[in-house]
Design a protein around this ligand. Structure first.
Ligand SMILES: Cc1cc2nc3c(=O)[nH]c(=O)nc-3n(C[C@H](O)[C@H](O)[C@H](O)COP(=O)(O)O)c2cc1C
Length: 194
């Protein structure tokens, strides 16, 4: 399964609204894709625990979905010049290297004047450091308080780029798979080698 990660837990976030549009675009071209919206993840259950041991059931279930994902589409708003802290907190509970290495990841940003550029670039650093495959075509939604309203996106340029990203990211993932380079293929080869 491919997953779209909504990188904030803010209720009724614009990131969540974009996720639904992105999901429809992927489904329209026959891809299976589900949304993981941080608003639905109770991170308070993690307080006082070790990061990788004894994870609460819901967190463990989400971390397992990430580790077993075919690809990830990260949707990140800009909060104080970066991606939301709650997203980093979630990522810090992912399994290493399983969640990151060789996983194809694409990025969508949203914010004010710069459309979440800093948020996306900071997040790209995290995934690059952890050896994921970063898809280079990024999409940014600028002035999002005006251009994303009630689930509608009123930014034709960003929508065109989004459609292109969806099409080309699907091809990117398929190309990695056919070469046996994606995370799921690598995990299979490792399991056979044991
Ligand atoms: C805590 C917080 C900090 C923000 N900081 C920035 C910022 O540094 N730069 C920016 O362009 N927009 C900033 N914004 C505006 C958000 O990018 C904008 O409200 C966007 O809709 C938030 O995404 P969301 O609806 O998915 O939460 C901030 C919003 C919040 C809630």
């Amino acid at each position: 399964m491919n997953y779209i990660v909504v990188g904030t837990n803010r209720p009724e976030s614009r990131s969540g609204q974009i996720a639904k549009v992105v999901q429809q675009l992927y489904r329209a071209q026959g891809e299976s894709v589900e949304i993981l919206d941080l608003q639905q993840l109770d991170l308070s259950t993690l307080t006082g625990r070790q990061y990788w041991q004894d994870q609460p059931a819901q967190v463990k279930a989400w971390v397992d979905l990430i580790s077993q994902s075919r690809s990830l589409v990260m949707i990140v708003p800009e909060y104080n010049g970066s991606f939301p802290g709650v997203l980093k907190y979630f990522i810090d509970h992912w399994k290493f290297p399983d969640s990151f290495e060789s996983r194809p990841v694409s990025f969508i940003g949203l914010g004010g004047r710069f459309g979440g550029l800093r948020a996306v670039e900071h997040l790209q650093q995290v995934f690059a450091y952890r050896n994921a495959y970063l898809f280079p075509e990024r999409v940014f939604f600028m002035n999002c308080s005006k251009t994303i309203v009630d689930g509608q996106i009123n930014d034709p340029v960003a929508m065109d780029l989004l459609q292109l990203q969806v099409k080309n990211f699907s091809r990117f993932v398929a190309a990695l798979e056919s070469a046996g380079l994606d995370a799921l293929s690598v995990a299979k080869h490792r399991a056979k080698g044991k």
